[in-house]
Design a binder for this molecule. Structure first.
Ligand SMILES: CC/C=C\C/C=C\C/C=C\C/C=C\C/C=C\CCCCCC(=O)O
Ligand SMILES: [Fe+2]
Length: 665
């Protein structure tokens, strides 16, 4: 018995309130009581009321709530319920029941209090029963489907409309996304009209469709894209810093034609000096090129060799556009000393190939689709009271919707890849399949990946430096939360939901990825922390590193052409007509620029890394861990700002304030 003050907090997004009435129960260890209230929750409001309860409820464990609709069903977004207990001779006690979900229909929803997972063993199985019922419902809502064979599984939803309401964009996000789409489509149409009567026979003609005003760096790209050091820089710190690796030997595919022995001597010297680097696009070899509006597009599978200069510049030394084969046992090598248009076209072929592997492998597969697997497995295996659910859920916001939209508009039949990209038309799916077969656990963990690629400690590798710093900061945050909940390794080993989550990701979502180093169980807190750190890094920092740069590096189309309309050159006499006949046409270029802007632009409702408002945890311990996380991020922010001040090209994509807390675009 005692007096209770109850606070009902409603979300702040549009339509979060409800005209339906809400009924509440308090559920204690010894009894439960219906509060007899009928409140209509209002958007952004916290509504308090007090009740005297005669029964002895015992320690509160749940709040139950139900929305009652007479005529119209009006979903309500409940943030949380907070209860203060005033009991005789005891000071007031605050108990929080997090929700952060839509309340639809008229079923009863059970909210466990925030420390429930810690006391689940002393509660007569009440929490266990709740968890089982919750996961049973979630497994119905969040199903797996194999969208295309050979790539990670996705959420079962034919379009975003089929997703559960809790996985959907909130109104503000939806309105902004749809508005941007309309702006983009209108822009494409206007640019088509505008260029109908104009020339398209010089590289400067791309100016007619260029949206330089949206990014200072994009304007710099337009000015400097032809320069070799600017070209090389992009493999270290551009929109795709994931392919560059330090050479440990001359690649076997690099057949040196007779008469170019001095090139071989230069390469070997750089190799001995430890400053030879390579980017190998062999993954594209044999991929079927797209046919766009009846016009066959073309693909290459380049190898690029570069040398790291003492001043940190990375300069291209040689480009081989095709793998040696029966029809071309000694493919021509293109050199910086070749005629300027020949060398420019060879570099353009490298950047077109980089566009394919960046968007399909680094961006779509290794961030978006990985995050989707984490999201579906989390919803299917971890109850809302589980500490790893609470840790991860802020980093999974909106991902299922943006990925579903990608499957219906970007990589679908007739989608933007089919309309404007030379791996479109089905080749893009084969690239995704090939990339999946070489998607290792190590490649998703920067300390391992960058060590394997020989990029640790390279002074001009700013992505590498910032990625390792962020990994360590996120790792400390994850360890802080894990150590509060798992007091020894045995607790990890004996957590059935956690072990099921691990298996669901590796064996189901990633299709038996244990062969690629992914775990099928966690035997220690360290193993758990490493994996969860990888999840959060992938959903935040890594996506930021490969997403934001689309606006800066892809809107000047010649710097990263989305398609190539003529075969790669096999001789050195290249003309401007050949270059313009190869580069994307006006329509394709407009699509590239528009989608690159759509995806790379700053999201107006973005939540910066570590600054989500939802409070799934409560108490001083988790709050202290989160505070430390935010402080570490702010320290890194200041470090990066200071470092960038001395750079001609500041590297901004891993500045914490620019990293979104989840993959939403
Ligand atoms: C021509 C395409 C140019 C650049 C983008 C290419 C590939 C992007 C790869 C991965 C992106 C991952 C997710 C994007 C998610 C949704 C995109 C939806 C765009 C469609 C907009 C619309 O019309 O709804
Ligand atoms: Fe993205």
């Amino acid at each position: 018995m005692g007096r209770y003050r109850v606070r009902v907090a409603t979300g702040n997004s549009a339509f979060s309130g409800s005209n339906n009435q809400v009924q509440l129960w308090l559920v204690g260890l010894r009894a439960e009581v219906e509060l007899g209230l009928r409140l209509r929750p209002a958007r952004g409001q916290m509504e308090d009321f007090e009740v005297d309860v005669s029964e002895d409820l015992g320690p509160l464990q749940f709040v139950k709530l139900r929305k009652i609709h007479l005529l119209i069903k009006d979903a309500w977004f409940c943030n949380h319920i907070t209860v203060w207990v005033f009991e005789q001779s005891m000071e007031e006690k605050e108990i929080v029941f997090p929700c952060y979900r839509w309340v639809e229909g008229d079923g009863i929803i059970c909210l466990p209090e925030t420390t429930a997972w810690m006391i689940r063993n002393e509660s007569q199985g009440l929490f266990q029963k709740h968890q089982e019922e919750e996961l049973k419902a979630r497994r119905t809502l969040y199903g797996w489907v194999s969208w295309k064979k050979g790539i990670p599984l996705s959420v079962a939803a034919a379009s975003e409309k089929d997703l559960p309401l809790d996985a959907r964009f909130h109104e503000e996000k939806k309105v902004d996304f749809e508005r941007t789409r309309v702006v983009g489509v209108t822009e494409i149409a206007l640019k088509r009209l505008y260029t109908l009567l104009s020339s398209w026979n010089s590289l400067e003609d791309f100016d007619q469709i260029f949206w330089g005003g949206k990014s200072a760096l994009a304007k710099r790209v337009r000015l400097s894209w032809k320069d070799d050091d600017f070209f090389g820089y992009q493999f270290l710190n551009g929109v795709n810093p994931t392919l560059l690796r330090k050479s440990s030997s001359l690649p076997t595919r690099l057949v040196i034609p007779p008469g170019t022995e001095d090139l071989k001597a230069q390469l070997e010297r750089k190799l001995q000096e430890g400053c030879l680097f390579e980017v190998d696009f062999s993954l594209l070899a044999g991929i079927q090129a797209n046919v766009i509006q009846g016009e066959r597009q073309h693909l290459a599978a380049p190898l690029l060799m570069l040398k790291m200069e003492p001043d940190g510049k990375l300069l291209p030394m040689v480009i081989q556009l095709q793998l040696p084969g029966s029809d071309s046992p000694v493919p021509p090598l293109f050199l910086p000393s070749d005629p300027s248009l020949t060398w420019l076209l060879a570099k353009a072929w490298v950047k077109n190939s980089d566009f394919q592997l960046h968007e399909l492998q680094a961006h779509l597969l290794k961030t978006h689709l990985m995050a989707e697997v984490f999201a579906v497995a989390t919803m299917r295996c971890l109850p809302g009271m589980h500490p790893i659910f609470k840790l991860l859920i802020p980093h999974l916001r909106y991902t299922l919707e943006i990925n579903t939209r990608a499957r219906t508009k970007l990589i679908s039949n007739g989608g933007f890849f089919d309309q404007a990209v030379n791996t479109g038309g089905g080749g893009h799916l084969d690239v995704l399949r090939r990339a999946t077969t070489c998607l290792t656990y190590r490649s998703l963990c920067p300390p391992d990946d960058l060590a394997d690629r020989g990029l640790l400690g390279v002074p001009s590798a700013f992505y590498a430096h910032d990625a390792v710093r962020l990994w360590d900061i996120i790792s400390r945050y994850v360890q802080g939360i894990v150590q509060l909940h798992y007091l020894e390794d045995e607790v990890v080993r004996s957590d059935p939901e956690l072990q099921a989550w691990c298996r669901e990701i590796t064996e189901i979502g990633l299709c038996k990825a244990q062969e690629r180093g992914f775990p099928v169980s966690f035997q220690s807190r360290d193993e758990l922390c490493h994996f969860v750190t990888m999840c959060i890094f992938t959903c935040t920092a890594q996506h930021s590193a490969v997403n934001q740069g689309q606006l800066d590096w892809y809107t000047w189309v010649p710097n990263a052409p989305c398609t190539m309309r003529q075969p790669p050159p096999t001789t050195k006499d290249v003309t401007l007509e050949m270059v313009m006949a190869t580069m994307p046409n006006v329509h394709q270029a407009c699509i590239q620029m528009t989608i690159s802007w759509h995806l790379g632009r700053f999201q107006p409702d973005m939540v910066p890394l570590g600054h989500h408002k939802e409070q799934y945890f409560s108490g001083p311990g988790p709050q202290a861990v989160l505070n430390r996380f935010q402080e570490d991020l702010y320290t890194l922010e200041r470090e990066i700002v200071a470092r960038n001040e001395s750079l001609d090209l500041p590297y901004e994509y891993l500045k914490p304030s620019r990293i979104e807390n989840s993959i939403t675009i």
